[in-house]
Design a protein around this ligand. Structure first.
Ligand SMILES: Cc1ncc(COP(=O)(O)O)c(C=O)c1O
Length: 391
């Protein structure tokens, strides 16, 4: 319809999996949901005496907007990095109402219409839409699995040299859980310096890396080699997506950082979207008095170990890459496509998984499961999936 923009010309038709799910829910059937990644539905102990009390300060009755976010909140973010040994100036932090808004601000800052940004696939499906919403062309480079996930650096360098204004990296990536390795970081930064591209690094899963056997990949907030925007927030770190608080740390060559921050401040001023109560609460919340990061880490760790032990016994299933994040990637026999497997699990077992195509896995029978689900449900669902594949 000519009335509406081309960028919102989406296909709203439900697919067979979502139709079947809606049907089953309508019939009141119990679904074992292995896609659950909403932390507020996963039985964590939010300890309202800490989590809600933090919001009740009288300072929140005063509106003193600051386009970058109020200083006490930005200082609390700087302290979060200081605890990791990274020196971040609060002046170079911009608060946003979630990471999606942060991406939008950055795409508006860096790109003109039809400019290109390099994305990684398999990856977080929302990025493609965020590019589209901001009239930016998202062009993909591959992450390949070969005893660990490896980024196609040659393709990335070609993209940067030919056109890309920026590369968006999710560190560790969703859903593969793979962090950018040291050698990859050096190569990417080197290529970005050579071409004048910027790095957009989404670190919402950074606190959830591996089982402790591999050294943690450092945050890009310490990167000074090229203009770098490191994003994080409390959606994953504290399991509080409904509080709508994220941030951007700007680092890089000082002259570029100054310009970027001044422009981001102007963009922030147009929206002033982060609420005062959450900003006032941030210094307390980032101390994590309810131990939320630990609770989530424990849950993810236990579910991962359980899945690993169970899938090891089923030769037809391969758990690929177990580095970090909230998801696990399972390679199933190619007698069916990923969508056919997902449909079968839901139809016959009432178990919901993500087909890999959602994350742009190609040519393989890959399904993705969330490791956040309550352990008891997770175990029952995993047993169901594995017993159906093991025939
Ligand atoms: C890679 C990645 N970034 C960002 C987000 C969402 O963050 P926010 O709630 O801050 O928009 C998600 C949520 O699933 C994610 O997977």
């Amino acid at each position: 319809m000519g009335m509406f923009s081309a960028r919102t010309e989406w296909d709203f038709q439900p697919n067979t999996l979502t139709s079947l799910l809606a049907e089953k829910r309508l019939q009141g059937e119990e679904i074992l949901d292995l896609t659950e990644s909403n932390p507020t539905r996963c039985g964590f102990d939010y300890q309202p005496q800490y989590t809600l009390e933090a919001l009740s300060t009288r300072r929140s009755l005063v509106y003193e907007p600051h386009p970058k976010g109020i200083l006490s909140a930005r200082s609390a973010v700087a302290e979060y990095y200081a605890r990791q040994g990274i020196d971040v100036n609060p002046d170079y932090i911009i608060l946003t109402a979630g990471t999606s808004e942060a991406y939008t601000f950055l795409l508006r800052l860096l790109c003109n219409g039809r400019d290109s940004v390099t994305l990684v696939k398999p990856g977080y499906p929302l990025l493609e839409y965020l590019c589209q919403m901001n009239d930016v062309v998202g062009r993909h480079v591959h992450l390949q699995y070969n005893q660990g996930w490896h980024l196609d650096l040659d393709a990335l360098k070609v993209e940067l040299a030919a056109r890309a204004k920026a590369v968006a990296l999710v560190h560790p990536n969703n859903p593969t859980g793979s962090a950018i390795r040291h050698y990859e970081r050096e190569a990417i930064v080197g290529a970005a310096i050579g071409t004048g591209a910027a790095l957009l690094v989404d670190e919402v899963f950074h606190p959830f890396q591996g089982d402790g056997t591999t050294p943690l990949a450092p945050s890009f907030a310490s990167n000074r080699g090229c203009l770098t925007f490191t994003m994080n927030g409390i959606s994953k770190l504290l399991g509080l997506p409904q509080f709508k608080l994220a941030w951007i740390v700007v680092s890089g060559p000082p002259a570029e950082v100054e310009v970027a921050v001044a422009r981001l401040e102007m963009i922030g001023d147009l929206f002033l979207s982060v609420s005062t109560p959450i900003q006032q609460a941030l210094p307390v919340l980032l101390q994590d008095p309810a131990g939320l990061t630990r609770q989530i880490k424990e849950r993810v760790g236990k579910n991962r170990a359980n899945l690993s032990a169970k899938s090891d016994k089923v030769s037809a299933v391969e758990l690929i890459g177990e580095e970090g994040g909230w998801y696990a990637v399972l390679r199933l026999p190619r007698v069916r496509t990923d969508e056919e497997w997902a449909h079968l699990f839901l139809k016959d077992l009432n178990i919901l998984v993500h087909p890999g195509c959602l994350f742009d896995f190609e040519d393989e029978a890959i399904v993705v499961v969330s490791l956040l689900q309550k352990e008891e449900i997770f175990q029952r669902a995993v047993e169901g999936v594995l017993s159906m594949v093991d025939v």
